[in-house]
Design a protein around this ligand. Structure first.
Ligand code: ADP
Ligand code: TRP
Length: 332
């Protein structure tokens, strides 16, 4: 029996290189070895109150981009979370065993209180219970996500184990974050600090759908410093971030070349950025071309979403039936 894998991304815009290297590239590889469910977490995105048009557009973007990146609907189950309402039932059961204190302590909740103080809704607080429901719904053991999601995985294990104890059953297995590389990946942004993220704004992100001109413009504006002032000095965060991006998209020789220029205080950031931009374009182009082609093909997208929902529902309904029985819901 193949192990089960679940992962999802909230539809909040287009996917960027962080999403790709932190999550989607693993989805693509895993589909050949595991029983995979990859979904679009549209219920999760309601915490920020998108307009109906934005919501639909973003869901469509993610579906197109999943396919453009190489997730094969014949190999994996690709579905839209709201097409499988069974997850909301499991979410309710998990909410009964998730404690207020532990939900309030979650780092993502604390971040949200800071970033959207005018909209601290209950959905934000119970976000980890919905995420746990996504994972436990298919009894997954592996969850390909970036480093920022580790705490959510820990909470998922806590809720699953608590459910098992409460109902005296070895029912939910423990899921763990997964990445093919040794450490969970963190792709830096172009804005000089921290990770690439939509919440840091468009200047931080290279989107998979970005054209060559857009990539050149964004990279040329990336934050650097005045240049090294001693030989072999350590790099400040903004510069290190660009080197880390180069490590991802360029060859080892290119990286070594600019590294030695930096160490010898001979680097010219203009040349460095030009090379980085061109290597990003080479990386992005085939994906962007597939995005453009798939965006036109509504019939295919509808077919993928329908088939995915059917397969996901089959797995979800089996779990919900068993969970109901464990809880003690019985028909007369
Ligand atoms: P964003 O920060 O742009 O809103 P999300 O939080 O929606 O991105 O992340 C979706 C998925 O992509 C998650 O699995 C997350 O761990 C991964 N991810 C996002 N940004 C990065 C990054 N900069 N490096 C590595 N993984 C990332
Ligand atoms: N919380 C994840 C994020 O912000 C998205 C997500 C929702 C998810 N449910 C999930 C990821 C289940 C993996 C498994 O990126």
């Amino acid at each position: 029996m193949k192990e089960t894998v679940v992962s999802g991304i909230r539809p909040t815009g287009k996917l960027h290189l962080g999403n790709y290297f932190g999550a989607v590239t693993n989805f693509v590889k895993m589909q050949y070895d595991y029983n995979c469910f990859f979904f679009i977490a549209d219920l999760h995105s309601l915490t920020t109150h998108p307009t109906p048009q934005d919501l639909h557009g973003y869901v469509r973007h993610v579906l197109v981009e999943y396919l453009a990146c190489g997730i094969d609907p014949e190999q994996s189950t690709i579905y839209i979370q709201s097409d499988v309402p069974e997850v909301t039932e499991l979410y309710l059961y998990l909410n009964m065993i998730a404690y207020l204190g532990e939900l309030e302590r979650s780092t993502s909740f604390k971040d949200k209180i800071r970033s959207q103080p005018d909209n601290v809704n209950a959905g934000l607080l119970t976000y980890p219970a919905l995420m746990a429901a996504d994972i436990l719904l298919h009894k997954a053991t592996k969850v390909p996500v970036g480093k920022d999601q580790e705490q959510h995985l820990e909470m998922t294990r806590t809720f699953g184990n608590r459910f098992n104890r409460l109902y005296n059953a070895e029912y939910f297995p423990e899921p763990f974050a997964f990445n093919y590389s040794e450490n969970l990946v963190k792709v830096p942004g172009l804005d000089g600090k921290g990770k690439m993220s939509k919440s840091e704004g468009d200047i931080s992100c290279i989107y998979l759908a970005d054209t060559a001109e857009v990539i050149r413009k964004k990279v040329s504006r990336a934050v650097t410093d005045g240049g090294p002032i001693t030989e072999n000095q350590s790099k400040p965060e903004a510069v290190q971030n660009l080197f880390d991006l180069m490590k991802i998209v360029s060859s080892a020789d290119t990286l070594a070349h600019f590294d030695s220029l930096y160490n010898g205080m001979a680097i010219r950031y203009g040349d460095f950025k030009k090379q980085l931009a061109e290597d990003m374009i080479v990386f992005n182009s085939p994906i962007r071309e597939r995005i453009e082609a798939l965006s036109e093909d509504n019939t295919y997208l509808a077919k993928v979403a329908k088939r995915g929902a059917e397969k996901a529902k089959e797995s979800a309904q089996k779990t919900i039936k068993e969970v109901r029985s464990l809880i003690g819901f019985k028909s007369f």
